[in-house]
Write a protein that binds this ligand. Structure first.
Ligand SMILES: Nc1nc2c(c(=O)[nH]1)N[C@@H](CN(C=O)c1ccc(C(=O)N[C@@H](CCC(=O)O)C(=O)O)cc1)CN2
Ligand SMILES: [Mg+2]
Length: 295
């Protein structure tokens, strides 16, 4: 029987509606509307689309759009000065530096200027370290979105075999930590993993963020596994992921489509992080954000 499709578009809509309610409540109780600063450097067409969608989602949720666009040949000092200015601006609750940035810039140095409490992408060393230690902090949006999809579908994680394909700072590494935090037994694979298909076949939960179109076929999937495809590649007029969706759906029990799976969750969780950041900056935090120490 073909796998159930995990509808990321619908789940993202629910998250965005919850965030919009949270923003309305914050404002109704005398708080300031959260401000999201999206920083786009250059004119990469895909990044322009993602940033436009983030800005629209931000406004639709009742937040203040604080977008900044710098030319692709901007120098490091000017880009750093912009981030410093946003960091000091009390109207800015969250700062997001759209990736990738032009190659001449040192992206790690730019990210390091974002204060941890405004790091709504969860990409600073401080927030990555908090996640690695199982301590509360802002978590990267795409892996948090994957966790929300798994939870919406009641996918059991405690004691489950989880395999993550990919070890990027944006997805693979934080994904492994988030799964560990929920007591999954986690294996991370990468380009030098020997017999990738054999390792992937152990997975009850397989998360693929390798950046290679169609990398995972049915031979790499355990029967009844849950398969999450984080890949996104333009092919002809359409989009495809890292998983051969049609073939894998014959083996898996649940699978995310591309488009309409993980992608929309990235933007929804960005809004959720921005609301969390704004609440904390305004002294409205109700308990720790995102995180428990695993034992
Ligand atoms: N600073 C960041 N940069 C990048 C991130 C990130 O989380 N933070 N992630 C990706 C791109 N990305 C957000 O920036 C992103 C990618 C895809 C989608 C999405 O909604 N995809 C849709 C299809 C959209 C389309 O037609 O192209 C889907 O999968 O259904 C949202 C956000 C790299 N950079
Ligand atoms: Mg560089």
């Amino acid at each position: 029987m073909p796998a159930e499709l995990i509808n990321g578009t619908a789940i993202a809509r629910q998250v965005r509606e919850d965030v919009a309610r949270g923003v309305a409540e914050l404002v109704a109780t005398g708080g300031a509307a959260p401000g999201l600063a999206t920083v786009l450097i250059g004119d990469d067409p895909a990044s322009e689309v993602y940033v436009r969608n983030k800005r629209r989602a931000c406004t639709a949720a009742g937040m203040i759009d604080q977008h900044r666009h710098l030319p692709g040949d901007v120098d490091q000092a000017t880009a750093a000065a912009l981030i410093d200015q946003l960091a000091a601006d009390p109207a800015v609750s969250g700062i997001l530096l759209q990736l990738p940035t032009p190659a001449h810039l040192d992206v790690e140095v730019l990210l390091a200027r974002i204060p941890a409490d405004k790091d709504v992408d969860g990409l600073t060393v401080a927030n990555a370290g908090l996640l690695a230690q199982g301590r509360p902090g802002l978590r990267p949006c795409t892996p948090s979105g994957v966790m929300a999809l798994l939870d919406q579908h009641d996918v059991p994680l405690q004691g489950a075999e989880a395999v993550v394909v990919g070890r990027s700072v944006l997805v693979g590494k934080p994904m492994a930590h988030l799964l560990l935090e929920r007591h999954a037994t986690v294996t991370t694979c990468h380009s030098r993993t020997r017999d990738l298909a054999e390792v992937c076949r152990r997975a009850d939960v397989l998360v693929v963020a390798a950046g290679i179109p169609g990398l995972i076929g049915p031979e790499a999937v355990k029967p009844a596994a849950t398969v999450i495809d984080v890949g996104i590649h333009r092919s002809g007029n359409g989009l495809r992921g890292d998983v051969d969706t049609a073939a894998v759906a014959e083996v898996a029990s649940r699978i995310t489509p591309v488009p309409g799976g993980v992608g929309p969750m990235t933007i929804a969780l960005l809004l959720a992080n921005t609301l969390t950041a704004a609440r904390r900056q305004q002294g409205r935090a109700d308990g720790p954000i995102n995180g428990t120490t695993a034992s």
